[in-house]
Ligand binder design. Structure first.
Ligand code: ADP
Ligand code: ADP
Length: 220
């Protein structure tokens, strides 16, 4: 699903943040991406999303050489990836329901074709009674669940989440993680970047991709 071969990345003229990274993400797999703050977790996720190009190495995505694709092909591949990133915020002038439905609207779908599905997903993340509310009125945890629902509404083959539990209390963090594990059981590959060791320990046995000193160590 994702394959990196000897990937290196530097920003501008700086030192290499990522050095000689090789790994694969298999279909229907679940993994944590971890390492200290500044280790390059976000950078690695942005490389997978093709929003950043490596300075060396090969990246393939869904079986295609990702570095030789044109813009239209990249857009097409990105549509198969759900993203929960800090900078992908909710739009404050749209209701929770409208925010979650937005990826379907921009794909040109009619509301009648997705209304039931959006409603069901909002109930699944525990926002059934918050659907018609604007994001500024939601709590931090509710916002985070709405962002996750918006990433899932397109039924992505791959979900990338960057510190999805960064701003929530430990009990909500566990609930969010349970949502991700259920998603994995339904067939999606899940990559969760986090430096929350306590949280990972509760999901013992999950594969860990650990970044440190620019290198990746894999614990299956
Ligand atoms: P993490 O997500 O593990 O905290 P990041 O991928 O955000 O790590 O950052 C890795 C390193 O790259 C850090 O030293 C950070 O300061 C640097 N960095 C991140 N983005 C940029 C950028 N756009 N330009 C220059 N340096 C950057
Ligand atoms: P959580 O711990 O789950 O994030 P909070 O304790 O922050 O929840 O909020 C509890 C409830 O109060 C939530 O239903 C939330 O929508 C509501 N709430 C939080 N902030 C505001 C606000 N500024 N205006 C109205 N309601 C709010």
């Amino acid at each position: 699903m994702v394959r990196f071969e000897n990937v290196g990345l530097r920003y501008g003229m700086g030192t290499e943040i990522l050095k000689d990274i090789s790994f694969a993400i298999e279909p229907q797999s679940f993994q944590f991406l971890t390492g200290p703050s500044g280790a390059g977790k976000t950078t690695l996720l942005r490389l997978i999303l093709l929003s950043l190009r490596p300075t060396r190495g090969l990246i393939s995505l869904f079986g295609r050489d990702a570095l030789s694709l044109d813009k239209a092909a990249i857009t097409d591949l990105r549509r198969r990836i759900g993203v929960v990133f800090q900078d992908f915020r909710l739009l404050d002038h749209l209701t929770t329901y409208e925010n979650v439905a937005l990826p379907l609207r921009v794909r040109g779908k009619e509301e009648a074709s997705y209304r039931a599905e959006v409603t069901e997903l909002l109930r699944w993340v525990g926002l059934g009674d918050r659907m018609h509310i604007l994001p500024p009125v939601l709590s931090g945890g509710e916002k985070q669940r709405a962002v996750i629902a918006r990433a899932l509404i397109v039924r992505p083959a791959l979900l990338l989440a960057d510190e999805p539990t960064g701003n929530v209390d430990p009990s909500l963090a566990r609930r969010l993680l349970r949502l991700f594990t259920e998603l994995h059981k339904s067939g999606t590959s899940v990559v969760i970047a986090t430096h929350d060791l306590a949280l990972m320990d509760q999901f013992d046995g999950a594969r860990r991709l650990v970044l440190g000193d620019g290198r990746l160590h894999i614990f299956d």
